[in-house]
Design a protein around this ligand. Structure first.
Ligand code: PRP
Ligand code: HPA
Ligand code: MG
Length: 184
């Protein structure tokens, strides 16, 4: 591990980071492209609501919405299923639900990563019951281990099947603050 990585990441929770997978610059370029695609996807009649799935999406969401050039509202949903491990427990805990009504709105769920797919497989049907006009998923990373229905409309990077941290992603709450994505 280089000195720069040590400075910001260090050895947290007894885990060391192995390599930078997506640099700050690469992420910034891709986030800008995705924001442009989202800007042009929706029409003037769409009442756009961007829902960030916390905690993991907080950095990506903040960067993404600042690049979307059309009116929108932001809300959040808090769900967790990983706890301190690197494998989904399969037990999704919904800790906070969006305050905003989804009815007749064009909803974009923002995720940091799709891994086993359990989170979205559980969440999407719940949100569909609220009768949005449309429901799309935008994720920075997708490990492509599952085929989701609906498939994520916007995907930043097809990610390797390693456990990734940084840019919002954690391991047992460590590493979320790193400005890049790294593997453990
Ligand atoms: O496709 P899956 O296997 O379900 O994994 C993806 C989900 O897991 C992580 O959340 P986590 O439970 O770690 O909560 P966090 O966002 O608070 O870190 C991540 O932020 C995604 O929401
Ligand atoms: O690779 C990962 N890193 C961090 N959190 C995650 N949640 C699912 N997969 C991951
Ligand atoms: Mg997590």
């Amino acid at each position: 591990m280089s000195t720069n990585l040590e400075a910001s990441a260090g050895q947290l929770g007894g885990r060391d980071i192995r390599r930078v997978v997506y640099s700050e610059e690469r992420i910034a370029t891709r986030v800008r492209e995705m924001a442009d695609e989202i800007t042009h996807h929706f029409g003037p009649d769409d009442d756009l609501l961007v829902v960030g799935l916390l905690k993991g999406s907080f950095v990506f969401l903040a960067d993404l919405v600042r690049r979307i050039q059309r009116p929108l509202h932001v809300d959040f949903l808090v769900a967790a299923s990983y706890g301190t491990g690197t494998v989904s427990t399969g037990d999704l805990k919904l800790l906070y639900d969006p305050e905003a009504s989804l009815r007749d709105r064009s909803v974009v769920i923002v995720e940091d990563i799709i891994d086993s797919g359990h989170t979205l497989q559980r969440l999407v049907p719940l949100l569909r019951e609220r009768e949005p006009r449309s429901l799309d998923v935008c994720t920075l990373l997708h490990k492509r281990l599952v085929t989701l229905d609906p498939a994520a409309r916007w995907v930043g990077f097809d990610a390797p099947s390693e456990f990734l941290v940084g840019y919002g992603l954690d391991h047992a709450e460590d590493f979320r603050h790193l400005p890049y994505v790294a593997s453990l």
